[in-house]
Design a protein. Sequence first.
Length: 305
Amino acid sequence: MQIGMVGLGRMGANMTTRLLRGGHSVVVFDRDAKAVALAGSGGAAPAASLAELVGHLTAPRAVWVMVPAGDPTEQTITALAALLSPGDVIIDGGNTNYKDDIRRAATLAKTGIQYVDAGTSGGVWGLAEGYSLMIGGDVATCDRLAPIFSTLAPAPDKGWGRVGPSGSGHFVKMIHNGIEYGMMQSFAEGFSILKHKTDFGLDLAQVAEIWRVGSVVRSWLLDLAAAALHANPGLDGIAPYVSDSGEGRWTVAEAIDLDVPAPIITQSLIERLRSRDDDSYTDKMLAALRNQFGGHAIKSEGSHP
């Protein structure tokens, strides 16, 4: 099957490679000409512009967009819509807010262009392991694209599926990432407690390896934790600063809108925000208040361990 790929960051490039290995024809475009050339050397058909990419595809066309969420995705889809024809389809595989999917699908439907949102999980390991795909869109369109999805997935019949109408794919991926926040936070806190129990002299990499087999908490995240601890037991050189892609925030906001309590996911998001405050006014105020009401000593800056 033929498909266009817009966006050749690490994930987009890996997806292109997986599609080529699966026997599909892929036309690629990226603002980085070097990335396009590299994909071309691997068997993809290079395009110097969106218009050229669309021109290389045979109708009905399918274009997978893999660029950063927000304005870059909005601009790319708007530009593609002006180039495509009725019956063509745009697939957004980035971390888009599902509400934007619903809006875009309705707008594109007026022109006869189909829109599919594909929540994509797998990260840098997707090339070898396959991608988990949570897909939202028209049933017939998703069925037509099944050869693409089954190639990108871990197996033709596993790890992917249409979950509902437009917006549902990214909604499910959003909740997936919210759960991921909580799981990562739990592992981080647990290993921190182990590290601080210094009188046992625990080897955290060894503990992780024990847990990986037979344990209730065995998981891919634990596999990754074990790999990180083997490579760098002290996590030396890693700043205690944790970013977020936005999906954790959207999950918490959705929980509030739906009156669903989600304390673990919410707190894991708060901990990420806290990690970025290297001069916490909040903690300074807490120390000042303890001093005011109880006479507790205040440590001067630079004196704390």
